[in-house]
Design a protein around this ligand. Structure first.
Ligand code: UDP
Length: 241
């Protein structure tokens, strides 16, 4: 499958058309942004890690019955995916209070919830991705009630599977962001990526942050943290291509 014209360039990825209108090629960059694009930088090697990690995790989820956009990894930074219409919601699942949740509600970061929580943000850079409940999402015609129910169900199932996976790597899954898309027949599938850019991952023993918070909060050792988390995943799955 060959790359044709570039359709889109986002903060961390470029998207290309292919000769098949139903398929796209995603290319992962090393560029990193935070705080709605206010902070910009580069994390050397991130594109390769995010591409490989996202694909391996999505493969695992597929095997567990979660439909995803993944078709096949093409190179270190490129993956063939099914073309979907993205549902313009950031779907955030949390097991432990951190980041915007800790700040908004005045909860200490690290507070463990009895049950996982879910929230949506309306994907809109100009508005700063505002928090949005399911009724708002319906009112704004971002998704139907049935789609929101499917998204919620998949998101919690994905959380249970990822939490178990990362626990076996000695890593605590604190929270993460998902995006879903619609296939031409309307079926909802998991899209976008699952990576240290989109998850909070803490070393289970030391609590050390092994994710993009090292970049957001200028903690140093950013590249090392991405390499470490990839190494943990490889050790768990075997370093197959
Ligand atoms: N997240 C993301 N993209 C965003 C916002 C959040 O991938 O635009 C992820 C983030 O990495 C974290 C989770 O979603 O794992 C929850 O993020 P939060 O709402 O706490 O916002 P943050 O503090 O990261 O701005």
């Amino acid at each position: 499958m060959e790359k044709k014209e570039q359709l889109y360039e986002g903060k961390a990825k470029k998207v290309f058309a292919t000769q098949d209108p139903a398929l796209l090629i995603v290319q992962y960059k090393d560029d990193a942004t935070a705080f709605n694009g206010l902070k910009k930088g580069t994390i050397a090697g991130k594109g390769v890690i995010n591409n490989q990690m996202s694909n391996r995790l999505m493969k695992m989820l597929e095997a567990e019955g979660i439909p995803t956009h993944l078709v096949e990894e093409l190179s270190q930074r490129e993956t063939l995916v099914r073309r979907v219409q993205i549902v313009p919601l950031e779907v955030i699942v949390r097991n432990i209070a951190a980041g915007s949740f800790a700040k908004r509600y005045g909860v200490e970061e690290g507070t463990v919830f009895d049950q996982p929580t879910i929230e949506f943000s309306y994907k809109n850079d100009a508005l700063g991705d505002p928090l949005c409940n399911a009724y708002h999402a319906e009112a704004l015609k971002l998704a139907t009630e049935a789609e929101l129910a499917a998204i919620r169900d998949y998101a919690f199932r994905i959380n249970a599977l990822l939490k178990k996976f990362w626990r076996e790597c000695g890593v605590t899954l604190v929270d993460f962001k998902l995006e879903f898309g619609r296939l031409p027949d309307g079926t909802i599938v998991l899209a976008d990526e699952i990576s240290p850019d989109t998850c909070r991952l803490w070393d289970s023993k030391t609590g050390e942050k092994l994710d993009k918070d090292r970049f957001r909060r200028d903690l140093g050792g950013v590249e090392e943290a991405y390499a470490e988390i990839m190494q943990r995943l490889n050790a768990r799955l075997g370093a197959q291509a």
